[in-house]
Design a protein around this ligand. Structure first.
Ligand code: CLF
Ligand code: SF4
Length: 297
């Protein structure tokens, strides 16, 4: 159902399982975990596990080299015909691992030219890579934006690493929010479809996310995905240790409803792993282990 979408936008969303609620019943995505490093610290993250910006707590993905990743993509795409999107979403930040990320995109583009390329980032390095992103024809970029107010940001991000220096507190959050919003503006100006992910953290940024919603809408974001903080002891988050809880289903829905009307809200996110394979909510990783893939010539 195209609704009021322009044709170019419809072409990009109609078979992307995250950007279209309808598409997620019919089309699959896969992630390759080629990006281990990260350039910021989120209080809800435990570095032993996947980037919590797009994943469930307590999950360790299978790390691949770009060559292994490309091989896996070809094997998966030839087995799962509904596979339309290749995403890089971790386990750290893809743009803190630019060589690995773009090498993978380049190899996949050659080997499986029909796949759409998708990238998820915390946004700190984004303005530096906008040209590269467009050069590789990455059509879909997700930026995790949890705040636009550095005072709130200081409660979520203890530090960032930017231009060879470590910053903390309000100064760190100010740089991060400026870079995220600048990156978003630059991408939407170039016609890249942008989704914003926000992690809802009760008592920290829950009400503030209404402001975030307006700010990203103004800068051309296509879709807003508000995800619940999943606070679990095995994830060992700082928030978790401090007794920070996640939102209830009712609180999450109330916030999503409060944002509805400003822009499209995503409500079918499954908080995937950095090595997820299949339809959203389906797990077909076991069919494509590195061992099995490397046996294929
Ligand atoms: Fe992956 Fe993310 Fe691309 Fe989708 S996931 S990089 S936009 S292809 Fe999708 Fe998974 Fe939610 Fe992400 S359901 S966690 S929104
Ligand atoms: Fe962890 Fe992702 Fe935050 Fe980096 S951006 S600290 S990997 S949650």
């Amino acid at each position: 159902n195209r609704g009021d979408l322009p044709v170019e936008t419809w072409e990009k969303v109609k078979n992307h399982p995250c950007y279209s609620e309808e598409a997620h019943h019919h089309y699959a995505r896969m992630h390759v975990a080629v990006a281990p490093a990260c350039n910021i610290k989120c209080n809800y993250c435990n570095r032993k596990y996947d980037c919590a910006n797009e994943s469930r707590p307590g999950v360790v993905s299978e790390r691949l080299t770009p060559e292994q990743a490309a091989k896996k993509v070809v094997a998966v795409a030839s087995t799962i015909p509904q596979m339309t999107v290749l995403g890089i979403a971790g386990p750290g930040d893809p743009l803190a691992n630019p060589e690995k990320t773009f090498k993978t995109f380049g190899l996949v583009r050659k080997a499986a030219p029909d796949l759409k390329l998708c990238l998820s980032t915390n946004g700190l390095a984004l303005p530096d890579y906008v040209d590269t992103i467009t050069k590789f024809n990455v059509d879909h970029v997700t930026i995790t934006i949890n705040m636009i107010d550095p005072a709130i940001g200081a409660k979520i991000y203890p530090w960032i690493f930017y231009q060879h220096k470590r910053y903390a507190g309000i100064q760190a959050a100010k740089i991060l929010t400026d870079r995220q919003l600048q990156g978003l503006e630059m991408l939407t100006a170039r016609g890249v479809l942008c989704k914003v992910n926000s992690v809802m953290i009760p008592g920290i940024n829950d009400r503030h996310l209404l402001e975030v919603n307006k700010a990203v809408k103004r800068r051309g974001a296509f879709l807003h995905n508000i995800m619940p903080l999943i606070s679990s002891p095995e994830h060992g988050t700082v928030f978790g240790l401090n007794g920070q809880r996640g939102p209830t289903a009712r609180e999450l829905k109330a916030l999503q409803d409060g944002c509805e009307g400003e822009m499209r809200m995503m409500r079918h996110c499954r908080q995937c792993r950095a090595d997820a394979v299949g339809l959203l909510g389906e797990d077909r990783r076991a069919e494509f282990t590195t061992e099995k893939i490397m046996e294929i010539d």
